[in-house]
Design a protein around this ligand. Structure first.
Ligand code: F0G
Length: 449
């Protein structure tokens, strides 16, 4: 059960069927364009959508808003140092700012960054630096405990191959959001560290969901069953050279991010970029009160009871969706349940956007907003022929904001998603009528076929 009780509540909207239909048509059949006041349960993302604790709300009032050398920064820095073991701590306004600054300082044109999977904003920062992003996730047909792992043979082959000397950094995204929210195991981190040492390459963590990754290690690796998530997180941080994180996830904050490093020289270069584009190094684009909220969030997030509730809620939700007829990716992680829309809607080809169709129908059924992670997001239209290069998978993500929805909210989602699954083979496809060349899913206008 939830290891907390509710002190403050917020009413949620209940649009009628007619309103949902009109809203979706007006939004060009794109859920990113739907106003939140027309959404009953919002599972679009777990990022920045968490509920703060009473301790976080009271930390807000101790925020020190001094421009330079604020006490809030000292508190934030000390919590991050204690957690990560890295001395150099830089706050930023969110994860992608950390990526732009750190990868901008590490990478030069022609360099290569290798990852278990670069999240889309990470890839954008690698490419903005003129470097190449290479994804080497483990390839598995059947479920494995650490589906977020890096493919070690592929990594060794790359590092020993012709473009090995261009490899500047290896990035482990923990957990692997783009790869189904699966964790990276301890033995994988150890092996990646050895390969980085052999080839003198920097090992960086995208630690946005570090606590969930640590908890899943305690559950899936018997060698770590008796360790606390915080101790495991510390061991994982100790094996890398530094990290960045969006603190909108496991910082349990509504905004914020960080860079933490061992190397003072790299940190100095990052600070130069930080001060030019984000803010003074002791606030980095955040208010002092945000830093206090995040410091408190980073303490709360490794509470084993909280993490157990989080993982069990996701597991229960996934098994209910599966029983209701939705093909889910297994095993479930912590921050979301992923549904295979291609398996549920076999009548639709990738260019008919099955993930979009499923997500839109779930909105129409119960004003529930989920994320489309199919061809609309990861596919590419050839600029000359208009031919659609499909995404590797047609997934729909039911993301779980932290401490926000109760079991009965999720039961409501299961009931409506189950109704949609029962008539899945009659759902319409969609086509794109307007799109921008980059990140088209945020603004695209669609039409049912
Ligand atoms: N890295 C990972 C693994 C992420 O999941 C995200 C954001 C970022 C970096 C970027 O951080 O949003 O603070 O700039 N993921 C969100 C999501 C948007 O919905 O999964 P940001």
């Amino acid at each position: 059960m939830e290891p907390f009780r509710i002190k403050s509540v917020e009413p949620i909207p209940f649009p009628t069927r007619d309103q949902r239909q009109a809203t979706l048509a007006h939004a060009g059949y794109n859920l990113f364009r739907v106003p939140a006041r027309q959404v009953t349960i919002d599972l679009l993302t777990d990022s920045g959508t968490s509920a703060m604790s009473a301790a976080q709300w009271s930390a807000l009032m101790s925020g020190d808003e001094s421009y330079a050398g604020a006490e809030s920064f000292e508190r934030f820095e000390s919590v991050v140092r204690d957690l990560t073991g890295y001395d150099e701590v830089l706050p930023v306004h969110q994860g992608r700012a950390a990526e732009r600054i750190l990868l901008g300082a590490v990478l030069r044109p022609g360099d290569v960054s290798i990852s278990n999977t670069h999240f889309d904003t990470t890839r954008a920062s690698v490419e903005a630096a003129g470097a190449h992003a290479v994804d080497l996730p483990v390839d598995h047909a059947t479920p494995v405990p650490f589906g977020g792992d890096m493919d070690l043979n592929a990594l060794a082959t790359r590092l020993r191959g012709a473009d090995g000397p261009d490899a500047r950094c290896v990035v482990l995204t923990i957990t692997n959001n783009a790869g189904g929210g699966q964790p990276v195991g301890m033995t994988n981190v150890e092996a990646v560290r050895r390969l980085c040492d052999e080839h003198d390459v920097l090992l960086l963590l995208d630690a946005s969901r570090f606590a969930e990754n640590a908890y899943l290690i305690t559950q899936r690796d018997p060698d770590y069953a008796h360790h606390s998530p915080r101790d495991i997180a510390r061991v994982v941080f100790s094996m890398a050279d530094g990290c960045w994180a969006s603190l909108k996830k496991d910082g349990i904050g509504n905004i914020g991010g960080l860079i933490a490093l061992r190397d003072p020289d790299l940190a100095r270069r990052c600070r130069e970029l930080l001060v030019a584009t984000e803010g003074f190094p002791t606030y980095g684009g955040l208010a002092g009160r945000d830093l206090d909220v995040l410091a408190q969030g980073l303490i709360e997030v490794t509470d084993p009871r909280y993490l157990r509730y989080r993982a069990e809620a996701a597991h229960w939700f996934g098994s209910q969706l599966a029983q209701a007829g939705l093909p889910i990716l297994r095993p479930t992680g912590c921050h979301a349940v992923y549904v295979d829309a291609a398996a549920l809607l076999p009548q639709l080809e990738a260019h008919e956007l099955p993930a979009t169709s499923l997500a839109n129908e779930i909105y129409l059924a119960g004003a529930i907003r989920v994320t489309d992670l199919g061809t609309l997001v990861f596919g590419r239209a050839d600029p000359d022929t208009g031919h659609e290069e499909p995404a590797p998978r047609e997934l729909v993500r039911f993301a779980l904001p932290r401490r926000v929805y109760t079991k009965s909210h999720l039961e409501y989602v299961v009931q409506h998603a189950g109704g949609v699954a029962a008539r899945a083979q009659r759902l319409p496809g969609y086509r794109i009528s307007e799109q921008s060349p980059t990140l088209r899913h945020f603004t695209a206008v669609l039409k049912p076929w």
